[in-house]
Ligand binder design. Structure first.
Ligand SMILES: Cc1cc2nc3c(=O)[nH]c(=O)nc-3n(C[C@H](O)[C@H](O)[C@H](O)COP(=O)(O)OP(=O)(O)OC[C@H]3O[C@@H](n4cnc5c(N)ncnc54)[C@H](O)[C@@H]3O)c2cc1C
Length: 457
């Protein structure tokens, strides 16, 4: 099988590459190889009834398949260079924002037309945050919501399926450099060839990506992991912020260690979920546009970035070990009341049930101080009290903390300003490249390389 372009991975990076190639260079023969299922066959078996926690399926319905890790995400497309990746360092700030806006237009014209765009510009919260030693980062955010995000993906697939060849349940095992381009190996000794290769394997493909880079001698670096908890509170406590901004990215510098603690992935009236990355169960969150699916709680993560210096290189391994510890103690995700954490005791169902926050995830009541390193836990506690000053009630005893939330950063692949690695014609994009960590940046990187390939076709 011979193609002009092969795309590995059908997450936002791969989908937007495919979309742009179909539009700008329809003469090219393009195939997308995806390890997971088509969108309609992606079903996580956790139903809260028969299956209460992760059973570690061979391909995780949450992380793999058409739509990638973003398919059941909250669909928050943050249009900003302040967070979500470092794409602007490669392609420039103006270009990066322009592409994120272009992606937004495509989402809006494929089912997202009735969704809202929120913005921090001119917000009175900037001042309130500053007065309380907190920094509110600038961004515009399109909130699709999990349900509309799904509709957008359905529409994109419907438009692409006759123009692009999609090969689902086909994980690529190896990449080989040939005289004229690349060969990808899959299945039982099967292979396909292409002139240009776009690799967009996301976070779930991070281990595989590392092996590819090692084998092909593609330079990489890795030194960061973010660790923390997911906080769940009654939605009213944060409603003044979430009604106006939806998602607020707030950063606090701790007094004790001068570490930066930040809010991440805010889900007003949402649910807390568990997720499985390479067999390790961590916590995350969703929210829905559909009013019937809204809960009484808001959740968000509090993360502390940990940068390591020489000689330690395995920052993800560090994060994994801590997540494994919580899995060992709790069989998965651990939940603890803030009041119990402060009193140095394990939570139990009696105290949680008597509290005013009813958990939206069935986790194991436990003690997060046995899992998270002191420095990180101290930072989180300080941040909860800082947030309590702008949203009184955040530091209530009944506030629930789920752990652990880990944000793994893929090793950063050394790339040119074309997002091309040291092999000409091999582009590495999205979260798998380490350059992006978000829907909008990953999608924009897909458009960017497709435009380069189309212009040279
Ligand atoms: C629960 C959850 C909620 C999130 N919410 C948000 C949010 O609201 N806003 C936001 O900006 N970001 C969010 N994110 C992060 C966002 O989903 C990712 O940043 C984004 O999906 C990255 O896109 P990507 O295309 O680079 O990778 P991915 O979306 O991870 O897609 C990679 C694809 O490649 C496939 N793949 C991997 N290895 C191979 C292989 N060897 N062969 C073939 N296929 C392979 C995988 O199966 C996957 O489908 C969330 C993530 C999760 C898990």
């Amino acid at each position: 099988m011979k193609y002009d372009v092969i795309i590995i991975g059908a997450g936002p990076g791969g989908i937007f590459s495919a979309y742009e190639l179909a539009k700008k260079a329809p003469q090219l023969k393009v195939a997308v190889f995806e390890a997971g299922n088509p969108l309609e066959k992606r079903h996580c078996p956790i139903d809260g009834d028969k299956v209460k926690s992760c059973i570690k399926c061979p391909t995780c319905a949450i992380m793999n398949g058409f739509g990638g890790a973003g398919a059941f995400s909250d669909g928050k497309y943050n249009i900003t260079n302040d967070f979500g990746g470092t794409l602007h360092e490669y392609i420039g700030k103006t270009k990066a924002l322009e592409l994120m806006q272009y992606v937004d237009e495509i989402n809006v014209s494929h089912g997202g037309e009735n969704t809202r765009m929120f913005s921090t510009a001119g917000s009175e919260f900037k001042k309130l945050c500053m007065q309380n030693k907190l920094t509110l980062l600038d961004a515009s955010v399109r909130h699709l919501g999990t349900d509309i995000n799904y509709v957008v993906l359905e529409q994109l697939y419907a438009e692409l399926k006759d123009k692009i060849e999609f090969r689902f349940l086909t994980p690529i095992k190896e990449i080989e450099h040939t005289d004229n381009g690349y060969r990808v190996l899959y299945g039982d000794g099967e292979s396909a060839e292409c002139d240009k290769l776009i690799v967009s394997v996301g976070r779930s493909g991070s281990k595989w990506m590392e092996q590819v880079c090692k084998k092909m001698d593609i330079p990489t670096s890795s030194n960061r992991v973010d660790l923390g908890v997911r906080v769940e509170i009654p939605a009213e406590i944060f409603s003044h912020l979430t009604d106006k901004l939806y998602e607020s990215k707030i950063v606090y510098r701790t007094a004790k260690f001068e570490d930066a603690v930040r809010t991440f992935c805010m889900n007003p009236n949402g649910i807390v979920v568990s997720e499985n990355t390479n067999g390790i169960v961590t916590v995350n969150g969703h929210s829905f546009e559909d009013p019937s699916k809204k809960t009484k709680n808001t959740n968000f993560a509090l993360l502390v970035a940990k940068h390591f210096s020489e000689p330690f290189k395995d920052s993800n391994g560090y994060g994994e070990s801590i997540a494994r510890l919580s899995n060992m103690l709790g069989g998965g995700v651990i939940v603890q009341r803030f009041g119990d954490l402060e009193r140095g005791r394990r939570s139990n169902w009696k105290r949680i049930n008597e509290g005013m926050v009813q958990p939206t995830l069935q986790a194991t009541p436990g003690d997060l101080s046995l899992v998270l390193p002191k420095r990180i836990l101290d930072g989180i506690i300080e941040m909860i009290y800082a947030l309590d000053r702008i949203a009184p009630g955040t530091a209530n005893d009944d506030t629930l903390l789920y752990g652990v939330e880990v944000k793994f950063y893929n090793m950063e692949v050394k790339l040119s300003e074309r997002l091309e690695c040291n092999y000409p014609g091999m582009f590495i994009i999205g979260d798998g490249s380490g350059v992006t960590h978000s829907l909008s940046h990953a999608s924009a990187s897909g458009v960017y390389v497709a435009d380069i390939i189309a212009a040279e076709a």
